[in-house]
Design a binder for this molecule. Structure first.
Ligand code: SF4
Ligand code: SF4
Length: 129
């Protein structure tokens, strides 16, 4: 089985997660105030903030596409937008654990506290991920 064929099986098993939420890239936080801004997203039900393997932060916003059928097939496959056409299953990292996930505002506070204790979050210090 080729790598991509294996990935297509991964799609079937996954059930169309990429059609059930939107991940929007965020600016990399550089100080405690930037982390405070993360909490604004986390006040919303179901929204999460995560750090991926490449060191990029994202907010994940739940929302099922209206074209996703009950069997998790795209019911507008031939008319799907370019963003869907350009998303390659072979590049998809669904199922791979994020390096950090914040599910609620408290998670941010605990993480900032940990960074401060480690001396990694001082005024004017650029956080390295
Ligand atoms: S591309 Fe990724 S997220 Fe989308 S259905 Fe396939 S495995 Fe799931
Ligand atoms: S248009 Fe189809 S492929 Fe694109 S997000 Fe909706 S269900 Fe998924």
């Amino acid at each position: 089985m080729t790598k991509c064929a294996e990935d297509l099986k991964k799609c079937i098993d996954c059930g169309g997660e990429c059609c059930k939420s939107v991940a929007v890239k965020l600016d990399t936080p550089e100080d405690a105030d930037d982390f405070e801004d993360f909490k604004w997203y986390l006040f919303r039900d179901g929204w999460t903030v995560f750090l991926d393997d490449d060191g990029d932060w994202h907010v994940d916003i739940p929302g099922r596409c209206r074209h996703l059928g009950v069997n998790n097939n795209c019911e507008a496959y031939n008319e799907r937008p370019p963003v869907c056409r350009d998303f390659g299953v072979c590049d998809c990292d669904e199922g791979e654990p994020a390096k950090i996930v914040f599910e609620k505002p408290d998670d941010v506070d605990k993480y900032v506290c940990k960074l401060k204790k480690q001396g990694k979050l001082k005024p004017g210090t650029l956080v390295k991920w």
